[in-house]
Design a protein around this ligand. Structure first.
Ligand SMILES: NC(=O)c1ccc[n+]([C@@H]2O[C@H](COP(=O)([O-])OP(=O)(O)OC[C@H]3O[C@@H](n4cnc5c(N)ncnc54)[C@H](O)[C@@H]3O)[C@@H](O)[C@H]2O)c1
Length: 146
């Protein structure tokens, strides 16, 4: 892994538990960070909490289930740092739990849109960048639920 800010990581769900820990560990290795989350305030708090170097981090507010937002976070990463070496496709929600006959179709759609569509859109937009670079690594965070 890079030690001189030659590499860039995009992390979705970066303000959450796993995303924030990924950001901490990658920052320690001097990797440029693109922190993506629905909650912009929480991304800023993450930057403050981790005392990240402002020259090597950008925050992008995005809903990963929206194609335009995904295209925007990829473009912002390229504009800021020129490449994407690591992609933590990590944003996800748990949604309500219960008996299937008690759950709403709307709840299913919400979970599906973030956990499936959001992951798909991230891959669809980041893979071409990595193919062009002829390098890159992707981590899709999964769950025992959808
Ligand atoms: N923590 C666990 O035990 C656990 C277990 C299994 C799977 N996971 C998976 O790991 C991933 C991260 O989990 P976590 O524990 O850090 O969760 P978390 O709730 O702490 O963080 C999730 C982050 O994703 C963001 N987010 C939610 N919807 C979004 C959207 N539409 N667009 C952009 N950002 C959005 C939230 O604002 C939040 O900051 C998730 O995909 C989750 O399903 C976690």
């Amino acid at each position: 892994m890079s030690t001189t800010y030659t590499h860039t990581a995009v992390i979705t769900g970066a303000a959450g538990g796993i995303g924030k820990e990924l950001a901490r560990r990658l920052a320690e290795r001097k990797i440029n960070l693109v922190l993506v989350d629905l909650n912009e305030e929480a991304i800023q708090q993450t930057i403050t909490d981790l005392n990240l170097d402002k020259e090597h981090v950008i925050a992008v507010k995005a809903n990963v289930s929206q194609e335009a937002d995904v295209k925007n976070y990829v473009q912002k990463a390229l504009d800021a740092f020129g490449r994407i070496d690591y992609f933590a496709n990590n944003a996800g929600i748990e949604g309500p739990t219960g008996l299937i006959e008690d759950l709403s179709v709307e709840a299913l759609d919400t979970v599906y849109n973030v956990n499936i569509r959001g992951v798909f859109l991230g891959l669809q937009n980041v893979i071409p960048v990595m193919k062009k670079q002829k390098s890159g690594a992707i981590l899709n965070t999964s769950s025992s639920r959808v």
